[in-house]
Design a protein around this ligand. Sequence first.
Ligand SMILES: Cc1ncc(COP(=O)(O)O)c(C=O)c1O
Length: 394
Amino acid sequence: MLGPTSARQATSPFARLNERLAGVAPGLPPINLTIGEPQHPVPAFVAPVIAENIALFGRYPPMRGTDAFRGTVARWLDRRYSLATAIDPESMVLPLNGSREGLVLAALAARQRRPEIDRPVVLLPNPFYQAYAAGAEVAGAEIVLLDDGADGRAIPDLSRICEDVLSRTIALYIASPAAPQGDVATTDDWTRVLETARRFGFMVFADECYSEIYRDVPPPGVLQAADRLGDGYAGVLTFHSLSKRSNLPGLRCGFVAGDPDFLGAWMRFRNIAAPQVPGPIQAVAVAAYEDESHVAENRALYNAKYEAAAAILGPNVRPKTPAGGFFLWLEVGDGEDAAVRLWQEAGVRTIPGAYLALPRPDGSNPGTPYIRVAMVQDLATTQEALTRMARVLG
Ligand SMILES: Cc1ncc(COP(=O)(O)O)c(C=O)c1O
């Protein structure tokens, strides 16, 4: 079920798709559903907040974030996850220039934290967000790919991993909602992951950047499980982003929160190596985390698109409405073949699932039967794309 894999095998799925579709003309005016780049409107408060704070572009921003940024994020986490042990804004929160750079660079810090391990391992779900593989690469670690849990949810089950691998593991990446499948980890799932991670001394990097894009029920967070276990936030980092929550992928702003010792050590490295978040952008983040109404509107827009998908793709294609995220993960037989036909016959650009995963040791790729459809366009465009897709796939 698993085996060591080199991070170098992971490539950008978009570059790979461009190569595959080079010279193939779209059958209709193109609709791009490949990139998970939200196209809903930028919230109205963004421009005035940037204007009010424009002078801050004249200053180098503080790497550890402004007091307002860290305080607002800590309060948001306490509220969102009803935490009994409050997040300390002084030691448990750092701003990120988008969560991607944090997800990559944290692996290096996880490596530095466990120098005694000879052949370090990073555990990844499969399929996975490609930045995790970049993290493994900068850390000089082998990748071990995790299968879905026995119940078919894209939440890995660490009890199936042998102790030799776990004892060499420096970090586990785990996304909830899972990307692209949209499955959500329960508090019990998180608790089991944390117990194993603490037993073997590796870091849990919880990618929760889709946490606010859910259908009905807010996904439980890793911090909730840590809070429930009662030993503070050691060994846990959660990564969040305004890209998906607030339709601000171009703002490049997110945060990491959790283990104060890890963040303290990482901070010293980040101070000389990592990108700071500009002052006006941190001010926008403060406004964004103080407001939930634009997030609720955003959820309603995505939910309407899942309803459209169920109605339009219907019984033949049988789209699954996931608990979280904004992707359709459609089982279509051969995903690469379907992606080529959708482009060629309908002008709809989607990603073959295999491009988002790595082959298992036996050569099989868990993404092969799927395509990923990012439902990021407005409702009318999405309906048009779904209607065309139904014709090709139905
Ligand atoms: C699963 C997942 N994690 C993290 C990110 C990084 O987002 P950002 O760097 O914009 O915060 C993305 C972006 O597409 C993603 O899909």
